[in-house]
Design a protein around this ligand. Structure first.
Ligand code: NAD
Length: 562
């Protein structure tokens, strides 16, 4: 495994005559931090890594069915009601048993976060950064164990689980560095005769409500961004992936998380609604479906008695992501990219390709090649590392099969089209492709969030662009072409938050591909990018007229860049 990265915290001596606390806040620093780089992917073809993953799966299996407490102000808390998560590949296998929060625990959690905010907002940024770096190092050490839990609780194959864990480490490392950068921010100019400062201060108590499909990376990323900027958090994970979140909180506590800074409640929509509406919850960081995101947006906009701020919502929602394939492209690369984007994690990614728009000149050849490629995908238990696995639950299976039934009426089935009965009775559906799909049909417009791909024919590039931009979403998109002019036009006219040229439309990398969508795909927060942390702060501008305090102190402060 990777070595722990070392870093240290230094405190410079403080001038005494200025506001001591403020000066302390601006001069402490984490040093020796290497520049950010993405966590490497694990090569599971080596015998060593294969064995490590199998051993981690055995360790996780030995702990299946364990009961996990809620965490309120650092205290393990139980209620009278429990629910459990199951392995989507073997639904009879219980992964974790969790206490369901009632109204009292939910309110207690918000109260705990409010209490902890008073101290956490004043905790030095270096301490907050150190916490994230420590957690990243610990996850790096337990990389395979987290992979194993992702495989068992949500059905990720090894590579998909590895990418989720790697992205989690990346978010922690990246936001740690970004917090330091934000802390050293200043005004663009110094007005003559004044000393001007710009400080990014926290908002208060935040709700973090993640989806089940990146139950570690997105959950940890939104949480880390919230706390490294000085906010405290009420975290409500998805009921489909509560165990991953509980294990992450346990790790954060081991890493030194102060009581009340992250509070964990488990439950469904009712718990989520109570948190969103609460007058002391200052912001909501949500990633999930368009339907729920819009409901949260409306609820948060409704001012509650006793509320004295406008709630902020950071909403990252669904997609109907498109790849355009032009006649002059490298066809092998396009077929590979479309297949990986559409069927990686069974199409259960917000960025998954669910429509491919193919130039008339290569349409039939592309369909033939795609059919062969998709037919070759193996399907089976994620723990045995098949290429595709089950969808998350019974409701998802029914939803996807309903879309397949619609597709069979509206268009031509190219490959797949049925559920699959495999040992373990998991929620398996064959990777499915429909050809000759009409650009405005349901299959071409609605997010399916499963292993279903629509192929649409385009008459020319103008037509392809018009179709690509014809949904209410705008999350990811890609284009395969050998023409520089076509790429340039796509860069300007393909209206998505994350556009990829001659590569697949999934697999955004922290730092390199800040992530977030346009239109109904969300508020375009650009997770993993340089603007993300500002969403969790408010900027305070301070202007001081010079000449009213000891000049020697001012000079010393200037030298220190305070
Ligand atoms: P979901 O909207 O059903 O649930 C997301 C979270 O919201 C869960 O924790 C859920 O318990 C909670 N919730 C449900 N109803 C609520 C309510 N009324 N009030 C408050 N909270 C509520 O989404 P999901 O099925 O978990 O995830 C899949 C969706 O997430 C897809 O639409 C996918 O495209 C989207 N997604 C988007 C991104 C992105 O970055 N844009 C990333 C991953 C997933």
């Amino acid at each position: 495994m990777h070595a722990l990265r070392s870093f240290s915290v230094v405190t410079e001596s403080l001038p005494l005559s200025y506001n001591e606390h403020e000066v302390f806040m601006r001069t402490n620093s984490v040093t020796n931090l290497p520049p950010f780089s993405n966590e490497p992917f694990t090569d599971f073809t080596t015998a060593e890594n294969k064995r490590a993953m199998q051993e981690a799966l055995s360790r996780a299996r030995a702990e299946l069915g364990h009961t996990y407490d809620l965490s309120i102000a650092g205290a393990a808390t139980r209620t009278t009601t429990t629910f459990h998560s199951v392995n989507p590949a073997t639904p009879s296998e219980i992964i974790g048993v969790h206490y369901a929060a009632g109204a009292k625990e939910t309110l207690d959690t918000i109260h705990a976060a409010q209490e902890a905010f008073a101290a956490w907002r004043r905790t030095h940024v270096s301490d907050r950064v150190e916490l994230l770096l420590r957690a990243a190092a610990m996850i790096r050490e337990r990389h395979f164990d987290f992979c194993a839990w992702l495989t068992l609780e949500v059905g990720k194959n090894w590579a998909e689980a590895d990418a989720d864990v790697g992205e989690t480490i990346d978010f922690l490392e990246f936001y740690a560095r970004e917090a330091l950068r934000l802390d050293s921010a200043t005004t663009p100019i110094q007005y003559p005769g004044e000393r001007n400062q710009l400080r990014y201060i926290p908002l208060g108590v935040g709700a973090v409500i993640p989806p089940w499909n990146f139950p570690l990376a997105i959950m940890a990323g939104m949480t880390a961004a919230s706390i490294v900027t000085g906010n405290t958090v009420v975290l409500k994970p998805s009921p489909d992936a509560p165990t991953i979140a509980a294990r992450f909180i346990a790790l954060m506590q081991e890493a030194g998380l102060p009581d009340g800074v992250i509070n964990l409640v488990q439950g469904g929509p009712e718990v989520g609604r109570t948190i969103v509406e609460h007058p002391q919850v200052r912001f909501i960081a949500f990633t999930g479906s368009k339907k729920v995101g819009l409901e949260i947006h409306e609820r948060a906009a409704h001012t509650q008695p006793g509320q004295h701020f406008i709630k902020r919502t950071v909403l990252e929602l669904g997609g109907k992501d498109t790849i355009i394939v032009e006649g002059d492209c490298d066809l092998d690369a396009a077929v590979d990219g479309v297949t990986a984007s559409a069927f990686g994690f069974n199409g259960q990614k917000c960025s998954a390709c669910s429509r491919v728009i193919v130039a008339d000149s290569i349409y039939d050849t592309f369909c033939d090649r795609l059919k062969l490629r998709v037919q070759a995908l193996t399907i089976g238990a994620p723990s045995e590392n098949f290429q595709t696995g089950p969808v998350i639950n019974e409701a998802a299976k029914k939803r996807v099969l309903d879309y397949i039934a619609t597709g069979k009426q509206e268009s031509r089935l190219l490959v797949g089209g049925s559920e699959k009965d495999l040992p373990g009775s998991g929620y398996y559906i064959e990777p499915t492709v429909f050809a000759d799909v009409a650009p405005t049909s349901r299959l071409a417009q609605e997010e399916i969030f499963g292993p279903v791909l629509a192929v649409i024919r385009s008459t020319n590039f103008d037509d392809a662009l018009t179709i690509a931009n014809n949904t209410e979403y705008g999350l990811t998109g890609a284009i395969y072409t050998a023409s520089r002019d076509t790429l340039n036009r796509a860069s300007h006219e393909f209206h998505v938050g994350n556009l990829y040229l001659n590569r697949k439309c999934t697999g955004a990398m922290v730092g390199a591909h800040p992530f977030g969508g346009f239109n109904m795909s969300g508020t375009d927060s650009k997770a993993g990018g340089p603007d993300y942390l500002t969403l969790f702060t408010q900027a305070k501008s301070i202007a001081e007229k010079r000449g009213y305090v000891n000049e020697a102190v001012e000079e010393q402060e200037e030298r220190m860049g305070i």
